[in-house]
Design a protein around this ligand. Sequence first.
Ligand SMILES: Cc1cc2nc3c(=O)[nH]c(=O)nc-3n(C[C@H](O)[C@H](O)[C@H](O)COP(=O)(O)OP(=O)(O)OC[C@H]3O[C@@H](n4cnc5c(N)ncnc54)[C@H](O)[C@@H]3O)c2cc1C
Length: 302
Amino acid sequence: MQKNNSFDMLILGGSYAGLSAALALGRSLRQVLILDSGTPCNRQTPHSHNFLTQDGETPAAIAQKARTQVLQYPTIQFHSGTASWGKKTAEGFEIGTEAGETFSTQKLIVATGIRDLLPPIPGFADCWGISVIHCPYCHGYEFRNCPTAIMANGERAFHLASLVRNLTDTLTIFTSGRSEFSPEQRARLSAHGIEIIETPLSEIVHQNGSIRKVIFEDGREQALEAMYAAVPFEQSSPIPEMMGCELTDSGHLKTDLFQKTTVTGIFACGDGASMMRSVANAVATGSMAGAMTHKELIDAHF
Ligand SMILES: Cc1cc2nc3c(=O)[nH]c(=O)nc-3n(C[C@H](O)[C@H](O)[C@H](O)COP(=O)(O)OP(=O)(O)OC[C@H]3O[C@@H](n4cnc5c(N)ncnc54)[C@H](O)[C@@H]3O)c2cc1C
């Protein structure tokens, strides 16, 4: 660890967004610490798709390759650990870990992502990222023409249905309660042969995460191979909020086009700061955050 544990930039979260920020900073000779707890949100998914040059790779292989490339820059350090607190100081910020370490930094980049709050339906967590999926661009192609469901309601379900119907003719929406579609939406769903089932699910029957069928609370069953689910989420780390960073109505860290949060000196990138949830977007916003933190230090001293 660098003398005094003091850095130009500290990056909280060392997955795709954090590593991308670090790459721009290593190439700018910045002293950087990446602090990472090792639990990216896509860790259970067998293959990651829709990121150019890495389509079909495992999530871990993409991250490992990124880490190897980033750590070739001698001013970058990667430290395994979980940040548990943060505070503003006269020089910048201080971050502490669960292990009791303290690091100081001039600029802070938050790349800690989001935590999905999975419903307690038996089988749901086992299938998450394998056959219970969040995004048609990431996993829809693999389930094209398969019996598919969407577990969501209202606008979100309608939007997903319009995308997923392009991939399969056999599509059902599970609203898990009274459906919230307008008469016009209901008519359009019906015109595309999309059935709506309001009865909540009681179980997802699967084999190693691959759905075989779902069982409803009234005992009915439906064979299925894939289910899209819009689940609620929370910020993986409460630290940015504790330090005063504002959230958007959707629960993401509020940032401008340069990934600046509402607190001077704190930048945010990746899933925690964007509704567009993809590796490509995490890398793009991370790269911007890296460049812009560097620019702030340049502007202060040049
Ligand atoms: C199941 C699933 C499958 C997906 N499949 C695809 C796909 O096929 N293609 C695609 O493009 N996208 C996919 N995505 C989306 C993609 O995984 C995310 O957009 C991407 O991982 C976001 O990167 P990130 O760096 O912002 O966050 P993450 O990858 O989630 O990483 C956040 C990092 O921060 C660390 N961290 C959190 N809190 C702390 C703390 N307090 N201290 C230190 N470290 C901390 C975590 O350990 C983690 O390493 C999928 C998402 C899910 C949930």
